[in-house]
Design a protein around this ligand. Structure first.
Ligand code: DGL
Length: 265
């Protein structure tokens, strides 16, 4: 047993989907969440900046003396794989567990991948997916409007702005007859219902946040590192009030976030 916390970070609210999945699987684990809302969205930023931010966020978690970090961000997981691999604390990104889960479901139908512009540009999800499913058609699509919509509180499946954006981005995936869709940005799980409403229930959604949460839970259990107190702490570099209000809505539990100033990117 190790009663230190697990750190989880993302550009904002999206990683709370991973937080919820991990909390569901390990109810007694101690969790520290950092949402970098003061610097969101990440997806339009240049690679060098994102790599610096990955290092800064890992360092913040190290200062909290966490035992492991869940990088609940598809963008940093795509761009900074080497930085996570070299980290002195165990850092789990979202890519490997997600593509593995998708490969098990895919069959022979095309596989869609939606993620931020930076993730799609990096080609990381696509390349790993091709390794596991070399015969499938793979359709990567960047959805740059999703994160600003969600961070702005547009989270309901029947929100007209959400429906319009979902249709606009997912039309080629629907037309190609994809059977599996990777939600490669952790924010996108929040739009899962809207996406299923548009694509139909026959399309399997593979949420990066859930896959990564399972991955880190397997690691903690496998090495007997689970905690026992169920503590939760939340930090944000954005507005603590807004993060707490939306965070409580999304997780269905009380989120009382503390503000920390955003670092220079
Ligand atoms: N949740 C982040 C991801 O998984 C969103 C990045 C952004 O802020 O654009 O990629």
């Amino acid at each position: 047993m190790d009663n230190r916390s697990v750190g989880i970070f993302d550009s904002g609210l999206g990683g709370l989907t991973a937080f919820s999945a991990l909390r569901e699987r390990l109810p007694d684990e101690n969790l520290i969440y950092f949402g970098d809302s003061g610097r969101a969205p990440y997806g339009g930023r240049p690679e060098e900046q994102l790599r610096r931010m990955a290092r800064q966020n890992l360092a913040f978690m190290q200062q909290q003396d966490v035992k492991a970090v869940l990088v609940a961000c598809g963008t940093l997981s795509s761009i900074a794989r080497d930085i996570l691999a070299e980290s002195s604390i165990k850092a789990v990104g979202v890519i490997d567990a997600t593509v593995l889960a998708a490969s098990r479901l895919a069959g022979s139908a095309p596989i869609g991948i939606i993620a931020t512009a930076a993730s799609i540009r990096s080609g990381t999800f696509e390349a790993r997916m091709r390794e596991l499913c070399p015969k499938n058609r793979i359709l990567p699509v960047a959805c740059p409007d999703f994160v600003p919509l969600i961070e702005g509180g547009h989270i309901q499946a029947d929100d007209p702005a959400v429906r319009e954006a979902v249709q606009r981005y997912l039309q080629p995936i629907k037309e190609a007859g994809a059977g599996t869709l990777i939600l490669g940005c952790t924010h996108y799980g929040i739009l899962a219902q809207a996406i299923t409403d548009y694509l139909g229930p026959e399309v399997e959604l593979v949420e990066a946040s859930r896959c990564a949460a399972e991955d880190i839970a397997d690691y903690l259990e496998g090495y007997h590192l689970c905690g026992s107190d169920g503590r939760e702490e939340f930090y944000t570099s954005g507005s603590a009030g807004e993060f707490s209000a939306l965070g409580s809505l999304l997780t269905g539990r009380p989120v009382d976030a503390r503000h920390i100033p955003p670092q220079e990117a």
